[in-house]
Every structure is written in C-alpha cells, then in structure tokens.
Design a protein around this ligand. Structure first.
Ligand SMILES: Cc1ncc(COP(=O)(O)O)c(C=O)c1O
Length: 388
C-alpha cells in the first residue's frame, strides 16, 4: 500500500545518515562520557563534533551555551520555571508575556505559573496568525520578567517577527526566549543576527532522533537549573548524557542547514503545488499568506468536511496528516490557532495540517492531491451540510 507521510511538523523520519552515525553508540561505544575509563573517553570526540555542529548550526559564539535537554518541552519548561524562580519568586518581577498561539509546552506551563501568582499576558495574533512586534512593546512593563514568543507556529507555519521582538526586548531590558522548534532546519536561524537570550529546539523535528533537544543560552547567562544531580553539562542540566542522541542531533542540524536552500525552493514548490490543487476545491481556505509561512506547512480548512473525518479518509489511503499539533490531536476541540486568527467555529473544526519535508516526493504529492479531492467529494456527500 502507498504510504505518504505529511505530518512532519509532528515529527520527522530520521535521516539514514543520522541513524548510521548514532548506531555505534548503543552496543559498541556505550560508555558513560563522565567515566574515567576508555569506554567513557572514547565517546568524547563524537560528542565534541556534535556540539560543534550545534554551535555552527545556530551560529552561536564560544561565549554562549548550548545545553542538551531531553526535548523542547523540557527546554521551554526550564526557561519559564527558572525565570519564575530567579526573577519572580526571588526578584521583584511578576509578569510574563507569551502569544495566544504558543505550543502547550509554553502555554500550559504559563497556565500553571498563573496558579502560583504570576501574571501572564497572552498576546493576540493578526489574521495571518502572527504576533505583531508593536503589541509586545505595548504590554511590557517594569514588572515583566520574560517575553516568550515562538519563531514559527507548528500549525500554520506562520513566521513571527522575531528579530524585531528581540530588539524591543533588548531595548526594554527584558529577557527574551523563543521556541524555535518549527524554525530550526526550515528557515535560517542565526543567533548572531537575531539576538535572543534563549532558544529551544528539538532534534526530531529536523530528521534527528526523538528524546533529545536543546536550549541555547546567550552569553552563558545565569538561569537556575531545572534538573539537579550529577553536575552534567557544567552543572546546568544533570543527567547522564544521551550520547547517541547528541551525536545524531549534531549531524541532523548540519544536514538540515545544508538543505535549507532545498527546503525553501523544492519543498516549497511541492507544498505550493499541493496547495494550488487543493484550493481549486470550492470553499477551501488556507491560513497565513504563503510568503509568511515556513516552506513545508499548510493548514487548510474545507467547508463541510469535519477535520477528523478527513484525517481518517486520508489515513485509509495511507496518507498521514494532522488536525492540529500532535500532542492535541486526539481531542476534538476546535483548532485553537484557527480560533485565534478569527475563523468561525465551524471552519476551525475542518482544519487539516499538511506538513512536508525534504524527503517528500513529487509522486507522493500527486497521489495526495488525487486522494484528497476524492475524499472531499465523498465526505461532503455524506455530511449533506455543504452547499456550494
Ligand atoms: C512549536 C513547538 N514547541 C515545542 C514542541 C515540543 O517539542 P518536543 O516534542 O521536543 O517536546 C513542539 C512539538 O510539537 C512544537 O511544535
């Protein structure tokens, strides 16, 4: 059976080259890097190479820190909870600003921080699903400890004006974190050009392994540790190093950056071909203008077709898509990002996210167009609620 994977914003295939570079670290070089014997020390060259690949990938300087974590959820939690501890509980601030379309790893953590007395501002987005930089300026006060705005949205692919927001935060002397999970590997992410204090990323979103991510920390600035223990990573994040994961993430970052041009030409061309074809179906609507989106992503609403029903029709034909972020895909709530951009509830229930990767082929796109169009006709007939 044909199988087409168009859910690359949820997770990606591990690049076979990444898999190859990781494999010796399971059954041959399995030592703990902190051990003094040769089983430990023989892992060091590969770890050094990987860390260099990460620094180069983000264009970080030697003064900066990149700390490996277990995932971007951890990186995001770390920043928010450490800022709460350092600047709110043990400081004179009480306020955090995020957007209303942040991933749950930020959003839910902020909801929890509210129960501890933190004031959180949820910035609105415009009709493209983007936070406009001036709104950040409008809401910063002398009590603001942190602004955390994602670089690109996981559902719409909308790219946020991170350079401007970073500049505003710098001028106002407020810490700025960006969740870069959906940007790294898809568009240029250069921390010399865009001066963020903290940036979260996750290997499995750019053809690396699951269970490993990172936090970039500008100028190695202070940030209380989330995980205390054996003083790994210079005491910033304890836990035995995930050697295979780190080695895989390093190469994955390098390969993703090498493929950025391909991503922005060829993946974009395939995405646009798919989108053009699907928009020929009457009463369809794609969120966020094309030039304001990551090149691989499309969130499309099809009037009269329940998103979940469409998902199952596609799945029956071997096509993987999503109705929202992976973590939320079992619940049948209207897509919150679509609600935030002002879509009505009916439209928000019909959203399907299609996300490509550099492994997506032309044949797969042609097959998807064919299946998708037939599924819409079938489901509209069944639902009977749609009239042109
Ligand atoms: C924007 C964004 N932030 C954070 C995460 C969480 O990443 P991880 O799976 O590494 O915890 C995701 C995953 O879907 C995401 O899309």
């Amino acid at each position: 059976m044909t199988r087409v994977y168009l859910d690359n914003n949820a997770t990606t295939i591990v690049d076979p080259k990444v898999y190859d570079v990781m494999s010796p670290f399971f059954c041959q070089m399995y030592g703990n890097p902190n051990s003094l014997h040769s089983f430990g020390s023989e892992t060091h060259p590969a770890l050094r190479t990987a860390m260099n690949q990460l620094y180069k990938g983000l264009n970080a300087s030697d003064d900066d820190d990149i700390i490996v974590t277990s995932c971007a959820t951890e990186s995001n939690n770390w920043v928010l909870k450490a800022v709460y501890f350092d600047k709110i509980l043990n400081g004179d601030k009480n306020h955090i600003i995020i957007s209303e379309v942040e991933h749950p790893a930020i959003y839910s953590t902020c909801k929890w921080l509210e129960t501890l007395g933190v004031k959180v501002t949820y910035l609105p987005v415009n009709h493209d699903g983007i936070v406009e930089a001036h709104t950040v300026k409008d809401f910063i006060t002398d009590k603001t400890a942190l602004v955390s705005i994602m670089w690109a949205n996981n559902e719409t692919g909308a790219i946020f004006p991170i350079k401007e927001i970073a500049q505003i935060c710098k001028e106002k002397n407020v810490l700025f974190h960006t969740d870069g999970v959906q940007a790294v590997g898809k568009i240029k992410v250069d921390v010399q050009d865009v001066e963020v204090d903290f940036l979260s990323f996750s290997a499995h979103k750019f053809h690396g392994p699951k269970g490993v991510g990172g936090l970039y920390i500008k100028n190695s600035q202070e940030l209380s540790a989330l995980l205390h223990g054996g003083e790994h990573m210079g005491g910033r994040r304890s836990g035995t190093l995930n050697v295979a994961g780190i080695v895989g993430m390093g190469l994955a970052m390098e390969l993703a950056n090498d493929a950025i041009e391909y991503e922005n030409k060829e993946v974009r061309r395939l995405r646009d071909k798919l989108e053009d074809a699907l928009l020929q179906i009457p009463k369809t609507f794609v969120v966020t203008s094309r030039d304001k989106r990551t090149p691989n992503t499309m969130l499309i609403s099809i009037k009269g077709v329940e998103g979940e029903a469409m998902l199952w029709d596609l799945n029956k034909a071997g096509i993987a898509a999503s109705t929202g972020s992976a973590c939320a895909s079992e619940d049948l709530e209207a897509n919150p990002v679509l609600m935030a951009v002002g879509a009505d509830k009916e439209l928000a229930h019909t959203a399907i996210r299609l996300s490509l990767s550099r492994f997506t082929t032309e044949d797969e796109i042609d097959y998807t167009i064919d299946v998708f169009k037939k599924a819409v006709i079938r489901l509209r007939e069944i639902s009977g609620s749609y009239a042109e």
